[in-house]
Structures are given as C-alpha cells and as structure tokens.
Design a protein around this ligand. Structure first.
Ligand code: SAH
Ligand code: SF4
Length: 415
C-alpha cells in the first residue's frame, strides 16, 4: 500500500510514485470525490447499470457533486427516486474529516484535516480585500528537506489522492457557504447562469502551496485541478490557480502542458552554494537548469508571469549582491517574472532568523529598480501557525516501516 518511496536528497532517482487511487473506507463503500465523469460512469457500470445509463448518471452525479456541492444522493432530484438508495448503498461523496478549525485574528483560517485512513494534513484560507485564497496541500509531509520549512522536517507519509485534494476545495466552499442555492431541473442550468462565478464569493483563488511538493504527486494534482477548472465542476479559471514547486525540473513542462495553471518557483537563493544548502533539491536540479525550464514553461508571458518566491533569511540570502544577482539571472534567461519576497516565518527550532524590515526593503528596491515587480508579502495567520512554511502535523512522526506495516494491516482487514 505504500505509494511513495522516501527520496534521499541528493539522490539518483526521483521518488517512484505508484498511482494512489481512491482511499478505502472502513464501511466498504466507494468515495466518488475526486473522480471524473467517466470514472464515475465506469463504477456505476461495474455495479450493474448498463453502459448508456451509467454514462448519463455519471454526468448527472458529477454535476451534483462538484457544481452543487451535494453530498447526499437523496438530494439529486433528476435521478429516479428508486435509484438514489441504490447509489447510497454503494457509494459516498466524501470530504476530508475536520479535526480542528482555527481562526486567526487577521481573518486567516486553518483546518487540520484527516484522510479516511487516518493521516492528518492542513489547509489554509486567506481572505484579502479583493480576493480569497485557499492554500491547498498535495502531500502529507514532504520528502524535500528545505531547511527553512517546517513541513520539510516531517517525513513524507503519503501523496494525497485527487479526491483528498479536490475535497479540500469542496470543504472550503462548504465552510464559506458558497454553493449555488435553489432547485435544479434536469441538467439545464440556464436559469442559474451567472450564479456560479467567482464574483461575490470569498474563495476566488487557489494556490498549491500547502504541505508537500505538488510535482512529486503530479497525476493526482493534475486530475484534481482539472475538476476544479471544469466548467461543470468547480469552474475556477486556470488564471486563478497557482502551482508552486521547489524546482522539480523534469515535471515542469508537463505541468504547463497538462494543467496550464500559473507557475510559482521557490527560488530562495542566487548561488549554488546557498541554494544547495537551503533547498537541497538544487543539488540535483541546479539553478541554470531550473531557470531554463522556467523560460520554456508553456504559457508564460508578460501577461502571465512566473512568480519567483524568495524567503528572506537574515545574513543568508538577503544581501545587495544577492538582489543584483537575482536580477541578472532573471534577465539572462529573459524570464517574464515577478518576485515575491516572503519574510521568513519562524517555527520552534528553526535554524534561521527573518531579515530586518530595512534589509527586506532595500532588497525589494534593488529588484524593483531593475523593472521587476517585487512585493513583500505580509505574513498571514502567524498566530495560528498558518503562514508559509509553518504547516506541520503530528501524524508523521511514525517511521516509514511502521506506516507501511499499518497500511498493510488495514488493507488485510478490509479484505
Ligand atoms: N513545496 C512547494 C509548495 C509549498 S511551500 C514549494 O516548495 O514551492 C510554499 C512556499 O512557502 C514556498 O515558496 C516555500 O519555500 C515557502 N516557505 C517554506 N517555509 C517557509 C518559512 N518558514 N517562511 C516563509 N516561507 C516559507
Ligand atoms: Fe517541501 Fe516546499 Fe517545504 Fe521544501 S518548501 S520542504 S518542497 S513543502
């Protein structure tokens, strides 16, 4: 059942991710969350419907799940009354379990969530004046040990499934009360047109910046985001979704081609020596290779810039020289780029301090003077440990071998 091998960094191979599909439930029913229409239809067919009926039901149920936020088959009014209990006996429309919900004094919200097989992970919602951003996790833990990141001190427990990734967005919509209301007749949505747009809603943007490295869980992240972008699904524009990677170079082109969302790259340093130390993945995919992959990223343009994230670490990467080198690198690779300067968010035992506000200000000035946008991000939700890099759950303290054994036992118990 172990789906992801631990990755030693620097290593010779990327982790082998055996596709992880639907998480088994103790009651034996199958969770449809995260599945596309055809997959739902195939499950209906395997359970006994004929092919044509299965496809129609698949389409209807897809709409109810993702567009309406319905979790109860009994509410699916365009499906024959007698069929609804048949579905409910075999399937569920799940959400991650909420273990704890916290509210920051600045309005930021953090949820501690749990998978059906008992792994904990986190999700954060950050409201602003003109947007509301949901920060979504892709893995429980992370294999990469960026030295300034609290998640990096966890072991990787496992990749999240597409259902567990889409489930986070569904849960946020539940919590914010953002599903369209009113009766629906059949699949004709015209009378509701316009009701399901980002306007007037709190949740307008998604960033894959929670726990984990999304490009080490590529298939599930892609499948989840496809449902989030589907016009009959959650219908969020790809322009409002950003995927952040620490620099998994071999997967970047595919991310552009198969997902097509905005790209953010955790650069954080301008020299090999410093980046090797703070983002150990750099020992495997170096700066030049990474920046070349950025230059080749499908869809990047002056209208859709690549964001370079740069965490400000006192005395490590924050000198005037670093700022000038950052500008030089961006220009040398002709990158349509903006830079996000992130004040380091501390966590217990962290080996770094945040640069002073004056230092950050001076760094920003140098980058900005070269014609590159360089806003300083305001830390959000620090009081509830919800800020960048502060996410960490207790669940990962078991050893890999122990987790494999537990997973096997569980699998055996389920038959
Ligand atoms: N794994 C992905 C996405 C998650 S992290 C990645 O690394 O890009 C989201 C952003 O927060 C990354 O840029 C990450 O480097 C940054 N970050 C991590 N720890 C931080 C900390 N303690 N303070 C500020 N930013 C941090
Ligand atoms: Fe993983 Fe991103 Fe944290 Fe690095 S910064 S350890 S890649 S979550």
């Amino acid at each position: 059942m172990a789906d992801t091998a631990l990755m030693p960094i620097p290593g010779l191979v990327d982790p082998v991710t055996v596709p992880r599909d639907i998480t088994a439930r103790p009651d034996g029913r199958v969770d449809l969350m995260g599945l596309p229409r055809l997959r739902i239809a195939a499950l209906f067919e395997a359970a006994g419907l004929d092919g044509k009926a299965a496809r129609l039901r698949g389409k209807q149920v897809f709409h109810w799940i993702y567009h309406r936020g319905v979790t109860d088959f009994a509410a699916m009014t365009d499906i024959a009354k007698s069929m609804r209990p048949w579905m409910a006996e075999r399937f569920v429309i799940g959400r991650p379990e909420i273990v704890e919900a916290q509210h920051s004094e600045d309005g930021t919200r953090k949820w501690l969530l749990r998978t059906a097989d008992g792994h904990d992970f986190e999700m954060v919602f950050i409201p602003d004046a003109d947007r509301g951003t949901l920060c979504v996790s892709s893995q429980v833990g992370c294999t990469l040990n960026c030295r300034f990141c609290h998640t990096g001190t966890m072991r990787l427990v496992r990749n999240l499934t597409a259902g567990e990734i889409v489930g986070q967005v569904m849960l946020a919509r539940d919590a914010l009360g953002e599903w369209p209301k009113g009766a629906m007749e059949g699949l004709d949505e015209d009378e509701n047109a316009g009701a399901y747009t980002a306007d007037g809603r709190l949740l307008t943007n998604i960033v894959m910046m929670g726990m984990g490295e999304p490009l080490y869980n590529f298939d599930n992240v892609r499948d989840a985001l496809k449902i989030v972008m589907d016009g009959d699904g959650l219908a969020l524009s790809k322009r409002r979704i950003t995927l952040s990677t620490s620099g998994v170079v071999p997967m970047m082109a595919r991310a552009g081609e198969e997902i097509g969302v905005n790209l953010a790259v955790s650069l954080h340093a301008t020299t090999k020596a410093v980046r090797d130390e703070i983002v150990p993945l750099n020992r495997k995919y170096g700066l030049d290779e990474l920046l070349a992959a950025c230059a080749a990223y499908p869809g990047a343009s002056n209208a859709r810039r690549i964001t370079f994230e740069y965490v400000m670490l006192d005395g490590i990467n924050d000198s005037d020289e670093d700022a000038r080198e950052l500008v030089r690198l961006i220009k040398a690779h002709k990158l349509p780029a903006k830079v996000n300067l992130i004040p380091f968010n501390p966590w217990p035992g962290a080996p770094y301090r945040c640069s002073s506000p004056e230092r950050i200000g001076r760094f920003a000035e140098i980058v900005f003077a070269a014609g590159i946008s360089a806003p300083v991000r305001t830390p959000r939700g620090r009081d509830i440990d919800a800020a960048c890099g502060q996410l960490k759950t207790a669940a990962a303290k078991r050893s890999r071998a122990e987790l494999d054994r537990l997973a096997e036992e569980k699998q055996a118990a389920l038959g």
